[in-house]
Design a protein around this ligand. Structure first.
Ligand code: NAD
Ligand code: UGA
Length: 454
């Protein structure tokens, strides 16, 4: 009998990770279930709910063969031997820990569903990013409702980055599996190791105890985000001194102990996870009586907030301290290139800050639909007459006083800036929040061009 896997949660993680397992392990039947019927319908259509380079091809190869998308959560639970939990774990917005702790309501609800519908032994795999010790909660709920079935809980956090998910899943730096060091736990770990071993070299599959695995995920994101805040803090100093932050990053990154990655100064990091996971880590530290450690990590988020604020302030001050009724073109809205995800995108903060100064903001993004841009900035159902969305970068920039590049989409590098400059107000300003453009060339075209940290 073919091994059956069910994944609860058909989001940015559940969809791509399960598609990769189905592709690489044709003998395993994989079903991804979600309560969101619209999302499931999209996974079953030609327009997938998430944009991710290479994902369409993978899904096309395996959907209907050994990859299925369904809203039948109970059936998915009953039929599978391994159940991945890949639901969202956002920052809590209410009650104790509001604004910092992880909201575990979806995790708990899934644990209760599994307990209710399980009809035999199951391996439950935490794929979602969760606070350390969450496996204990899941196990407690399952055991209290087990009706005699055996459950093993594993932690298998996901390290893919959006925009490169297919490449990351095809050749991960490592796969991390945490489990209990009991005979049942070891057996469950081996079952999951065998799934990944279909395509991941064994030496890249790390096994640890449950708590180390849960902890390592939060710490990985905290270290990555810390590098960005560190280089962004130095960007401010570069602007004050005449150093160029990209040259500084290049010079320090050549030290093999530091390494070149994640040293790109920017308008600030975005995405659904860095901020949420650091705040969660910091909250955990406080919970365990370590306020100094909590403050240390929280400063990474504070620096990021300041960086976003600094970028919009620089626009205002360069434009003679007033942007009221001036047209500002915002190039890019996704939190990074090659994704349609806008969660915690720095573009949101930049647009809001400019609107607060009564600028007329025109956004263009190649992948994010207009209604989503409007809703992210002003909230569902609200209308802001000064905010609009253009169909191209040229349309956004026509008649603008300034351009703010907020997402590093490749298409911005090949725009005809001479044409753009001719159609803008003069002097025409450009603020490259991603350092992707050739500033000397833009200056030669007549732009007052600024980068980050230069
Ligand atoms: P997402 O919001 O895109 O998807 C979560 C899905 O879970 C939603 O479609 C939602 O409808 C579904 N869901 C919630 N409760 C459910 C329930 N009780 N039954 C069935 N379905 C339910 O989230 P995501 O970006 O895929 O992230 C999921 C988890 O993975 C989070 O913990 C996140 O921190 C972590 N993570 C995300 C990324 C990333 O790049 N987005 C990378 C690594 C880890
Ligand atoms: C990040 C991690 O890289 C993944 O390993 C992790 O699995 C994921 O979070 C998660 O847990 O959700 P992601 O947020 O998708 O992935 O994308 P990143 O490439 O890490 O970029 C995050 C943000 O940092 C983006 O806004 C990006 O533009 C910014 N960034 C990144 C910089 O400003 N500078 C850099 O040098 C790198």
């Amino acid at each position: 009998m073919a091994l059956k896997i069910c994944c609860i949660g058909a989001g940015y993680v559940g969809g791509p990770t399960m598609a990769m397992i189905a592709l690489k392990a044709p003998g395993i039947q994989v079903t991804v279930v979600d309560l969101n019927a619209t999302r499931i319908a999209a996974w079953n259509s030609d327009t997938l709910p998430i944009y991710e380079p290479g994902l369409d091809e993978v899904v096309r190869q395996v959907r209907g063969r050994n990859l299925h998308f369904s809203t039948a959560v109970a059936a998915g639970i009953r039929e599978a031997e391994i159940i991945f939990v890949s639901v969202n774990t956002p920052t809590k917005t209410y009650g104790v820990g509001a604004g910092r702790a992880a909201d575990l309501r979806y995790i708990e609800s899934v644990a209760r569903s599994i307990a209710e519908h399980a009809n035999g032994p199951k391996i439950i795999v935490e794929k979602s990013t969760i606070p350390v010790k969450t496996a204990e909660t899941i196990r407690d709920i399952l055991t209290a409702n087990s009706r005699g079935h055996a459950f093993e809980v594993l932690s298998n956090p996901e390290f893919l980055a959006e925009g490169t998910a297919v490449a990351d899943l095809t050749a991960p730096d490592r796969v991390l599996i945490g489990g209990e060091r009991t005979p049942g736990g070891e057996e469950a770990i081996k079952t999951l190791v065998d799934v990944y071993a279909h395509w991941v070299p064994r030496e890249r599959i790390i096994t640890t105890n449950l708590w180390s695995s849960e902890m390592a995920k939060l710490v990985a994101n905290a270290f990555l985000a810390q590098r960005i805040s560190s280089i962004n803090s130095i960007a401010a100093l570069c602007e004050a001194t005449g150093a160029d932050v990209d040259e500084v990053a290049h010079a320090i990154g050549r030290d093999s102990r530091i390494g070149p990655k994640f040293l790109k100064a920017s308008v600030g990091f975005g995405g659904s996870c860095f901020q949420k996971d650091i705040l969660n880590l910091s909250y955990l530290c406080e919970h365990f009586g370590l306020p100094e450690v909590a403050a240390y990590w929280e400063s990474v988020v504070r620096m990021n907030d300041w960086q976003k604020h600094r970028f919009s302030q620089r626009i205002v001050s360069s434009l003679y301290n007033t942007v009221a009724e001036k047209r500002i073109a915002v190039f890019g809205f996704a939190f990074k290139k090659d994704t349609n995800d806008t969660r915690e995108s720095p573009a949101i903060a930049v647009c809001r800050a400019l609107l607060a100064e009564q600028a007329r903001v025109v956004v263009y993004d190649p992948k994010v639909p207009a209604p989503e841009i409007l809703e992210e900035v002003v909230g569902k159902g609200n209308h802001e007459p000064r905010l609009s969305v253009a169909q191209s970068a040229y349309e956004a920039a026509a008649g603008a006083h300034a351009i703010a590049v907020v997402t590093e989409w490749d298409e911005f590098k090949t725009l005809d800036f001479a044409r753009i400059q001719a159609e803008m107000k003069h002097p025409s300003f450009l603020f490259d929040g991603r350092n992707i453009l050739d500033l000397p060339r833009l200056r030669a075209l007549g732009f007052r061009a600024h980068g980050i940290g230069k």
